[in-house]
Write a protein that binds this ligand. Structure first.
Ligand SMILES: N[C@@H](CCC(=O)N[C@@H](CS)C(=O)NCC(=O)O)C(=O)O
Length: 241
């Protein structure tokens, strides 16, 4: 069975799966950036058109959470789920806060950091959701350096990329980083970065962010986005003609 994870340094959803792969010590999954990412061909091959995608002998599984659960099923040890069904339910709840309540809003908010004219309505709506959900997380997160259960779990894998985005992207849309005002989240964030799998994905995320910022500074990113949009529109037109 040959497995490939389609991934990108700056992709927080991919980072979630990479952190799980590192924590489980899996060495037989090749981690690659898909050559066709952002092109009509990628959307043709993968209808959702996003990364991560786990490819297994030509079969493709999209969606970070689905991939993470699949990997847990095929590589149950070391487990990143709970010792009981109730613990697993709690781990999944915290992971959902990382994914749906924080990462998803941050991901939709991030284009505002490079918009020629910032849409303040979008910033208020999505930024407001992030602030509210960080407060919820502050009431639920573990206080022993892990998200829950006193050890590294799937919850940490979802939270590390989510908090990376909060710390690094919110200030670039004109909002203060809310982590310091949420003391339990702040203590967790300081501690989890000492865990090797977290430290490794954070190096990759920071490297990706630097590369992206350089592309934006030089204007190359805007050109790439414009070309991708034009290619996508042309492909769309050709398919409906
Ligand atoms: N719900 C998806 C979200 C994945 C996602 O949004 N990936 C981004 C990169 S972090 C992407 O591929 N964006 C490309 C696009 O929006 O066209 C998951 O959990 O995997």
């Amino acid at each position: 069975m040959a497995m490939k994870l389609y991934s990108g340094d700056l992709s927080p959803y991919s980072a979630r799966v990479r952190m799980q792969i590192y924590a489980k010590g899996l060495t037989d999954i090749e981690i690659v950036r898909p050559a066709t990412f952002g092109t009509p061909q990628f959307r043709q091959d993968h209808p959702i058109g996003r990364i991560p995608v786990l490819e297994i002998d030509g079969d493709a599984i999209p969606e970070s959470e689905v991939i993470a659960e699949y990997l847990e099923e095929i590589y149950p040890e070391p487990s990143m789920l709970g010792a009981t069904p109730r613990e697993t339910a709690h781990i999944r709840t915290i992971a959902r806060i990382g994914d749906i309540y924080i990462m998803n809003n941050m991901f939709m908010l991030s284009p505002q950091s490079r918009a020629a004219t910032r849409n303040q309505g979008v910033v208020d709506l999505l930024g407001g959701q992030v602030l509210r959900n960080l407060k919820a997380l502050d009431r639920m997160i573990g206080d022993d350096g892990f998200a829950c259960c006193g050890r590294l779990t799937m919850a940490d894998c979802a939270l590390v990329p989510a908090l990376f985005l909060v710390e690094n992207v919110l200030p670039s849309v004109g909002l203060d980083d809310p982590i310091p005002a949420n003391p339990k989240v702040a203590a967790y964030w300081a501690a989890i970065q000492h865990q090797d799998p977290a430290a490794k994905v954070l190096v990759e995320l920071h490297r990706g962010l630097e590369e992206r910022r350089e592309l934006i500074r030089s204007g190359a990113f805007q050109k790439m986005m414009a070309k991708a949009a034009a290619d996508m529109a042309a492909a769309e037109e050709a398919s409906t003609a």
